[in-house]
Ligand binder design. Structure first.
Ligand SMILES: [Zn+2]
Length: 272
């Protein structure tokens, strides 16, 4: 089941190939690149995957919501996206995503590289193992610790406040949370909240790929009952925060890619 349809994964290029998935606001990344055709058993990815170079390394770029942001979080074909990147040879995924904060000390404009997640989504196809092959994949440490270390260091060098680790809860969307839901997630130990990390990270792990979350905090989710009070998240606020920080986020992605480990195997994530 896990053999790629094209049989061209791994070995087509020498060295590391990094897949970059752009979230809201990040629809184009490479100044020059060529579309990489790929078929998956799960249908089409969110958009054409562009193959190019960044920091002297091979990269593949895919906008998670499509270039025109036409695919909402709950309708994304996560399996096709991850399968396609893997089939094209990516050993690692850098996931750029907008998240809301569930705690006062995680402020809009900060970057967060989570090391844990909680899944509050439903009805999403979240595994490559629907049978007849059955496999139970360890998810105790779903995010790559090595890539996280690089990202934290590069983010701080670029002048951003970066939270090293933390827990992201993924909600179904596309609506935002109620105040009660937001309080519950925070009480359960989530630090930030988003709509796309699940099942994306789990699927990457099932294929033995490293996965790094570069989460840009755009808002305080249900707001803060401080004085003065901070209003709850709005779509406008998320877009504005992404636009304001996009330049720095791009710069960090480039620096992380350039500093990525040369080895294609990761002892933490099982990539081969
Ligand atoms: Zn790894």
């Amino acid at each position: 089941m896990l053999a790629t349809e094209t049989g061209q994964s791994h070995g087509q290029n020498d060295g590391r190939i990094t897949g970059i998935i752009g979230g809201s606001g990040l629809y184009q990344l490479l100044s020059s690149g060529v579309p990489a055709g790929v078929e998956t058993p799960y249908g089409a990815p969110s958009d054409a995957i562009v193959r190019g170079e960044m920091g002297g390394r091979h990269v593949l770029f895919l906008p998670r919501h499509g270039v025109g942001h036409t695919i909402p979080p709950h309708m994304i074909n996560y399996r096709a996206n991850i399968w396609a990147l893997h089939a094209l040879g990516a050993q690692a995924v850098i996931s750029v995503t907008a998240v809301g904060s569930l705690r006062e000390d995680h402020a809009p404009g900060d970057l967060v590289c989570c090391d844990q997640y909680m899944d509050a989504t439903h009805s999403r196809a979240g595994t490559f193992f629907d049978g007849p092959e059955v496999r139970h994949t360890s998810m105790v440490d779903p995010f790559c610790p090595i890539w996280r270390q690089v990202a934290v260091s590069e983010g701080r060098s670029a002048g951003m406040r970066v939270h090293d680790g933390g827990c992201v809860v993924t909600i179904q969307g596309p609506r935002y949370s109620t105040r009660a839901e937001s309080r519950r997630f925070a009480a359960c130990g989530a630090d930030v909240i988003g709509m796309t990390q699940c099942p994306e990270v789990a699927l990457a792990r099932e294929l033995g790929m490293c996965y790094l979350m570069l989460g840009l905090i755009t808002d305080y989710d249900a707001g803060l009952e401080t004085s003065p009070a901070v209003p709850p998240v709005s779509e406008k606020q998320v877009v504005a925060a992404m636009e304001e920080n996009l330049g720095r986020v791009r710069q960090i992605v480039e620096r992380v890619v350039a500093r990525a480990p040369v080895e294609t195997a990761c002892s933490a994530c099982g990539a081969a």
